[in-house]
Design a protein around this ligand. Structure first.
Ligand SMILES: C[S@@+](CC[C@H](N)C(=O)[O-])C[C@H]1O[C@@H](n2cnc3c(N)ncnc32)[C@H](O)[C@@H]1O
Length: 328
């Protein structure tokens, strides 16, 4: 078994398309991990053998398998500048996740959620908001990002909606633009209490809706700028929020969201940036991803006492979404 796997790794490494094809036909295992923790696909990606990659993927090699240092075949292609190999892996990743998403949505129709994070205690400190499991809900290093999000969603003035208060960083920044109205949705009772204690209930242009965005939808109007950043939810929840954008966002309005999608792996992040842009495009929105360097705000100490390092990339891609009228 091991010998067969080694042979496949070797053929992948040297880019031997005919060799890889005959080994696959002979039933060699494309999901094999060698003693160093690499798959045949990772070797082919490192060296940019895109025909071999294509054969391996067709035979069911896992595009999302991770090496011991948490890198996937796509990361290796990206790091080594193999554009064709990268495109092939990206396309496979996007297609696979789109299909999985459809399956997951079908399954969810039959399941019920138990309240999760929203019924647990949270703790506040100066530089972070943590859940009961020592995972960070929100951290102060994101302040410059939140300021950029606020700038984007306030660029047209008017009425602004923010979903998820957290530490209030984006809301403080939105207030600087003095919008006509500023609606904030927050579902966690302790975060909500803290908002009130800090005077958010008395601000003239602020309207707070306490509850899950899913539940307060009927109380919403339409807005010139919308920002979305919840916690304890999945990509599917944000996707569901996006289905409401045509009602919530005024023509010419700007939508943005916290782009933490797979923030711990560079390649998976690209896959998800593509998926979200595609899905928004299907709803009629164009998405611009504005690169912001974040390396300098992220010293190692930032993560002390935090269970999950949810962001590990050097660049943050700030999404700016707008409706495109094709008839123009
Ligand atoms: C990451 S924090 C938001 C951080 C915020 N952007 C800031 O600048 O500080 C996410 C917030 O969303 C809230 N939240 C989670 N699920 C929600 C839901 N379904 N509806 C509304 N708020 C939700 C959480 O309680 C938390 O306060």
């Amino acid at each position: 078994m091991e010998e067969k796997g080694e042979k496949l790794c070797e053929a992948a490494r040297i880019g031997d398309v005919a060799g890889v094809t005959s080994l696959i036909d002979a039933g060699y295992d494309v999901t094999y991990f060698d003693a160093d923790g690499f798959t045949p696909l990772m070797y082919a990606a490192k060296l940019g053998h895109h025909e071999v990659i294509s054969k391996l993927l067709e035979a069911g090699a896992p595009w999302n398998a991770l090496s011991p240092s948490s890198l996937s075949a796509g990361d290796f292609a990206m790091q080594n500048g193999h554009q064709d190999a990268f495109d092939l892996l990206l396309n496979t990743g996007v297609q696979a996740e789109l299909i999985l998403g459809t399956i997951a949505r079908k399954e969810k129709e039959n399941s019920h959620s138990d309240g999760g994070y929203l019924v647990d205690r949270v703790s506040f400190s100066e530089d972070k908001l943590m859940d009961a499991d020592s995972k960070a809900v929100m951290m102060a290093w994101e302040k410059p990002l939140m300021e950029s999000h606020a700038k984007a969603v306030c660029s047209g003035g008017g009425h602004v909606l923010n979903v998820g208060f957290g530490m209030g960083l984006v809301d403080m920044a939105i207030q600087q633009y003095n919008p006509v109205s500023h609606t904030i949705i927050e579902a966690h009772p302790e975060v909500y209490d803290r908002m009130l204690r800090n005077g958010w209930g008395e601000k003239e242009n602020v309207k707070i809706l306490f509850g899950r965005w899913q539940d307060v939808l009927p109380q919403l109007g339409s807005y010139d700028g919308i920002f979305f950043d919840t916690y304890g939810e999945y990509y599917e929840d944000m996707r569901e929020f996006h289905q409401h954008l045509p009602k919530l966002l005024k023509p010419g309005g700007i939508y943005s969201f916290f782009n933490g999608l797979c923030g711990d792996n560079a390649f998976f992040h690209v896959v998800y940036c593509n998926i979200v842009s595609l899905e928004l495009e299907n709803l009629g929105y164009t998405t611009q991803l504005i690169p912001l360097p974040v390396k300098d705000c992220l010293a190692e100490e930032v993560w002390e006492g935090v269970k999950q390092k949810y962001w590990q990339l050097d660049t943050y891609y700030l999404p700016v979404c707008q409706y495109t009228d094709d008839s123009e």
